[in-house]
Design a binder for this molecule. Structure first.
Ligand SMILES: [Zn+2]
Length: 183
């Protein structure tokens, strides 16, 4: 760490500048909304397609469609085994459909909540970081803002994390600095 300390200082500042850029162009927000929208769609798919209530279709037993009077023998090492009638097999199927509906609608609802949160949190109009109570040493304006920033690098299976509190002035001024968090 000591040998490449100044490189890492630079990398942490770069990370902060990129993060501010992604926030201000709205790219962070779009990415978050797209990912969450996709997860929400998966939730709806599970709830509406995989978990669709279907009390009238004949159940299957080991891949074969059952008839009204057939029975299904289920072997199980961890409970739930036994012999089931046609109607009992429908109940089994419908209770697993219900689990998918709960999981699917729950996941979709969570995705919607997180979309609302990220739409506000990642609003491009929101400034990056917190204001600093000092004026910029370069342009002498009170425009400095700071934020704890983590830069991580993966080498093989190990991830190295370098963090520091980065202070940035406006992109026009371009002043940057980084300091270590108090331990
Ligand atoms: Zn400045």
């Amino acid at each position: 760490m000591a040998a490449d300390g100044s490189n890492m200082t630079h990398a942490v500042i770069e990370t902060a500048v990129k993060e501010r850029n992604r926030l201000h162009t709205g790219r962070s927000r779009i990415t978050a909304l797209v990912v969450l929208g996709f997860l929400g769609a998966i939730g709806l798919f599970l709830a509406l397609v995989v978990g669709k209530a279907d009390a009238n279709t004949a159940p299957t037993c080991d891949g074969r469609t059952m008839t009204r009077h057939s029975e299904c023998r289920i072997w199980s090492n961890h409970g739930g085994g036994g012999t089931y009638s046609y109607d009992e097999m429908i109940d089994r199927r419908e209770s697993s459909h219900q689990v998918w509906r709960v999981v699917g609608f729950g996941g979709a609802a969570l995705a919607v909540v997180l979309m609302a949160v990220s739409a506000t949190k990642l609003d491009p109009k929101r400034p990056w970081g917190k204001p600093v109570d000092a004026s910029c040493p370069r342009c002498h304006q009170p425009t400095l803002r700071e934020k704890l920033t983590v830069h991580s690098i993966s080498k093989g299976r190990t991830t190295y994390r370098y963090s520091g509190i980065v202070t940035l002035c406006t992109p026009v001024c371009g002043f940057t600095s980084v300091r270590q968090r108090q331990r």
